[in-house]
Design a protein around this ligand. Structure first.
Ligand code: PLP
Length: 712
């Protein structure tokens, strides 16, 4: 019997009538249930904003007299009762979708491994889309009642926060996280912290474990900051994606091998092992090692375990896959191959990759060879992946390479604005989220009065504009901000002008500066007095990515120019909170990746389900969603002879669609000043994006296409 337990580190000393708020603070279920969230924010709205929506700090810091006051507020206490009866029903649901439709899943846990998880802004253990996708996957698994358990890292400093200097250079600040303020529960075994160990050739690496509750799904996070480790090793889980290779490979050893051991220590015996990207691929080795230790040969062990392994690839460029030089593998895995019954060469043969600079050990190859389930994250990405990895199946035609695709999705309740949710509840009934992936539901959207949709859209844009202004004000008061940066950050934002959003990681393939390829033309587009257009940029570059930082600088130099009239805006420190305001508030969501390098993309889905219209290259998910009526395409669904030609053609398409279609449509109004034709597209966007590009559809597809097969 496992004797582990988690311990609530805080007793909040709450009034008797409110004690369960402490429990709610430790289950991220509140993050996608607005009524639950409001139990915290209503205690003190200003404090809630100041604390960056952190309920644990909120309960500790809010005035005690205020707590006593709400116990006498009937409306508050009514909400309180409702929230906890909803939560209890949710947690106790005996027959959720997964178990009702697939009884074979009962007692067959699915383990989900990811280097990052984007669950909420207070838990900054994600850097971008990969993490947010993983976070949304957990929330949906919880809603569907899938017996899923996740493994990742608790990063002591989280992902960096970003400031932009007056000259446009990104500055990175690493802020130590205060774990007592986070919804992470330390896991104990008896009276000691539960720890796991991984042997390296010259030392032992230890890690302790934290548990984060995501509805019904537990997420276990490994943390190397323990006394048994050297100072150097304690920093291993200090940050996401170390750029030095030693730490990088050690992190992956800890995730893949240590992650399996953590689940074992916690008493899990998963039936399915899902690797979200190749960072966790060493789990393949640990699972084989377990069977070798029990007396199997390596071949038997790897064949037996392969069936249950699932690998999702997210990278359409070979360089995006982690590969390690062989000397590094010697350094950190030399003690592993004898345990597998292999010699050095046999071990390298598992994932050997011939590269111009020499031989490497490829995490992508390891994962693909030793997983029976393999998928890309959109249809086009599936084609690209089959071509890219064809060499692993030399006897198969490209189209027969065994990599399927499951297009990404987003967690609707997490990303849809409360106002829009409320409108849909009024129109569709209170249980519409239970039917969210059913097309019949969305046919009813046409019956909603256009004016009501416009009112919601206007509200959301105003809310975003006011939020951005308050952000600038706070930043200005903190000092070190040049007056021109106040303008550049959006203080002159107009809540009634057509607003375009471009926010994502600054990786060069995303071509953030495409819209600046003809600056004079752009200035003439945005500055027409009766048809103003504003563009909001946001996003971080990885601290070691100088080309990405130069891209930010290039944009910032334009944003600062007086000629833009304050209509180009760069907002610092993109995170899930800012993302929420932007995807809900802008009119148009711009995306200009160099096709076909955006494997899927998800931010456009978040925008589209809120009624912001996508204006994007036909890459990744948008290629599957675009129907001519729900947004706009940039360029055609085809390959180009060269990146230069592609850039030039895409830039021309971008400007002309903006000038000839988007701006005229937005500013064409009826007698009540409502853009009716625009709103037809808004409806079409909500209708086509929400059901199909939801994690509801996505996780069900993972079950049908991959998880159930692994159980057979
Ligand atoms: C959704 C999201 C992403 C992913 O955006 P893409 O445009 O798909 O790359 C990145 N960062 C944050 C904070 C997000 O919420």
């Amino acid at each position: 019997m496992n004797t582990f337990r988690t311990q609530f580190p805080n007793s909040f000393d709450l009034p008797q009538k409110l004690t369960r708020l402490g429990e709610l603070a430790y289950n991220l279920w509140w993050t996608w249930n607005p009524t639950a969230m409001r139990l915290f924010s209503r205690l003190d709205n200003d404090l809630w904003e100041r604390l960056n929506h952190n309920p644990i700090r909120m309960l500790r810091e809010v005035d005690r007299s205020r707590l006593n006051e709400v116990t006498k507020d009937n409306d508050y206490m009514y909400s309180y009762k409702r929230v906890f009866s909803d939560l209890d029903a949710y947690l106790a649901q005996a027959e959720p979708w997964a178990l009702r439709t697939h009884p074979e899943l009962v007692n067959r846990p699915i383990a989900y491994f990811s280097m990052e998880f984007g669950l909420h802004e207070t838990l900054p253990i994600y850097s971008g889309g990969l993490g947010v996708l993983a976070g949304d996957h957990l929330k949906e698994a919880s809603d569907l009642g899938l017996p899923l358990t996740a493994v990742g890292f608790m990063y002591a400093q989280g992902y960096f926060s970003q400031r932009i200097s007056e000259y446009g250079w990104q500055e990175a600040f690493n802020n130590p996280l205060v774990f007592e303020d986070l919804p992470a529960l330390p896991v104990y075994e008896g009276n000691e912290r539960l720890t796991i160990e991984v042997e390296l050739p010259d030392r032992v690496l230890s890690a302790q474990i934290w548990e984060v509750r995501v509805g019904r799904v537990p997420l276990y996070l490994l943390d190397s900051n323990v006394e048994a480790n050297s100072e150097y090793d304690r920093l291993l889980t200090g940050r996401l994606y170390w750029s030095d290779l030693d730490r990088r490979v050690m992190q992956e050893v800890l995730l893949g091998i240590g992650g399996v051991r953590a689940l074992r220590a916690l008493g899990y015996n998963p039936s399915v092992w899902h690797m979200n990207e190749g960072h966790a691929a060493f789990l393949v080795l640990e699972r084989a090692r377990e069977l070798v230790a029990a007396g199997h040969t390596f071949q038997q062990a790897i064949e037996k375990t392969r069936k249950q392994n699932i690998f999702t690839t997210h990278t359409p460029v070979p360089a995006g896959n982690d590969e390690f030089p062989l000397w590094l593998m010697d350094k950190y895995l030399a003690s592993t191959w004898p345990e597998l019954g292999l010699d050095r060469e046999q071990f390298f043969d598992l994932a050997r990759h011939q590269q111009p600079q020499g031989e490497t050990f490829s995490m992508g190859i390891l994962a693909l060879r030793y997983s029976e389930g393999r998928n890309a994250v959109s249809e086009l990405h599936g084609q690209v992946a089959r071509k890219m990895w064809n060499f692993l199946w030399p006897n198969k035609k490209e189209s027969k390479v065994p990599i399927t695709h499951v297009t990404n999705g987003v967690h609707t309740a997490n990303w849809m604005a409360r106002r829009l949710r409320n409108l849909l509840t009024e129109e569709f009934g209170s249980d519409w989220l239970d039917h969210l992936d059913e097309p019949e539901l969305w046919a009813k959207l046409d019956d909603i009065e256009t004016e009501k949709i416009w009112a919601v859209r206007q509200h959301l844009k105003r809310k975003m504009a006011f939020y951005l202004r308050e952000r600038v004000r706070d930043r200005w008061r903190q000092g070190g901000f040049h007056p021109v940066q106040v303008v550049a950050s959006g203080v002159m934002i107009n809540p009634y002008a057509l607003t375009i959003g471009f926010a994502r990681r600054f990786a060069t393939y995303k071509r953030a500066s495409l819209i600046l390829s003809d600056v004079e033309r752009l200035l003439s587009i945005i500055n027409r007095p009766n048809r103003p257009v504003q563009i909001i940029f946001a996003g971080k570059a990885h601290p070691a990515d100088d080309p990405g930082k130069q891209l930010i600088q290039k944009i910032y130099q334009q944003v600062k120019r007086a000629e833009t009239g304050g209509r180009l805006i760069f907002v610092e420190d993109y995170d899930m909170n800012l993302a929420r305001y932007l995807v809900q508030g802008v009119d148009v969501w711009l995306n200009t990746p160099r096709r076909p390098l955006e494997a899927s993309g998800t931010s456009g889905m978040k925008a589209g389900l809120n009624g912001a219209l996508n204006f994007s290259v036909l890459d990744g998910w948008w290629r599957e969603c675009y129907n001519g009526r729900n947004g706009w395409a940039i360029g055609e669904d085809k390959e180009h002879v060269s990146p230069e030609v592609q850039d030039a053609q895409d830039a021309e398409a971008l400007y002309s669609t903006l000038e000839n279609e988007i701006i005229p449509l937005y500013y064409s109004r009826d007698i009540k000043d409502i853009p009716c034709d625009w709103l037809e597209r808004v409806k079409e966007s909500i209708k086509t994006v929400t059901p199909q590009f939801s994690t509801r559809r996505m996780v069900k597809e993972y079950v049908d296409k991959l998880y159930l097969k692994a159980l057979e």
